[in-house]
Design a protein around this ligand. Sequence first.
Ligand SMILES: Cc1cc2nc3c(=O)[nH]c(=O)nc-3n(C[C@H](O)[C@H](O)[C@H](O)COP(=O)(O)O)c2cc1C
Length: 218
Amino acid sequence: MELAEAVRSVIRDRKTEKVIAEPLNPVKYTAEQVNSGDQIVKQAIADSGWAPFHYDRRQDGLAEPWRAWWLNQANCQSLAAILPQLIPDLKPGNKMPGLLSGCGSLTLFTWLPQPNEAGVESSKRERIDREHLAATAAAVQNFLLLLTAEGISNYWASGSLIQNHLFGTLKIPQEQILAAAIFAHYPHPLSPVEVIAGKHRKRRSPNTAWLQDVSIDV
Ligand SMILES: Cc1cc2nc3c(=O)[nH]c(=O)nc-3n(C[C@H](O)[C@H](O)[C@H](O)COP(=O)(O)O)c2cc1C
């Protein structure tokens, strides 16, 4: 397949798949399936870092504005098990325990806001922050496309519950802001799971509805 056609087809094939399993009966794979899925995901995280970024964030000797935090399946399932203790008022219908029990691994992409610096106007800082977030979203989309190309279905969740309640347990610095919690689902699970599509998947408009040619009158 021609390169552009291959890229186009991965972009169109990417779709949200929320995979849910019962916390008391978490998804099962062979050790081989887990190892192979983990390797693919780790490589995809590494490659996602080829995203563009505008500003050198200059923290910890790193220019990139994003960070990635990875939990393997065992850690996801441990987290699901202790969730009721960590969040006693978790609503009964909340999907987080089911998602943690159904995934092959979870990758959290965070970004680092600009520090308050003397002499830097807040409007400039906000603009730079928007670009840090945009760059991080580009890395996240790279990751989703690579997972899709590798046959690993995925789900981008905002993860506000993770940001608000679990950063301490996960040892993620509170200054970082969660951009994406990406649940990755390894192929051919050995136990039953529920699969839910993204709620807006079928609401896409034709591009003519949001694309306009611009012409300049001279
Ligand atoms: C920044 C971002 C945050 C998202 N957060 C959530 C979320 O918290 N819960 C959810 O159900 N879907 C979330 N989604 C996924 C969207 O629901 C999904 O992309 C949309 O329904 C379109 O479906 P598709 O991804 O299959 O095209 C998020 C997507 C993005 C880009």
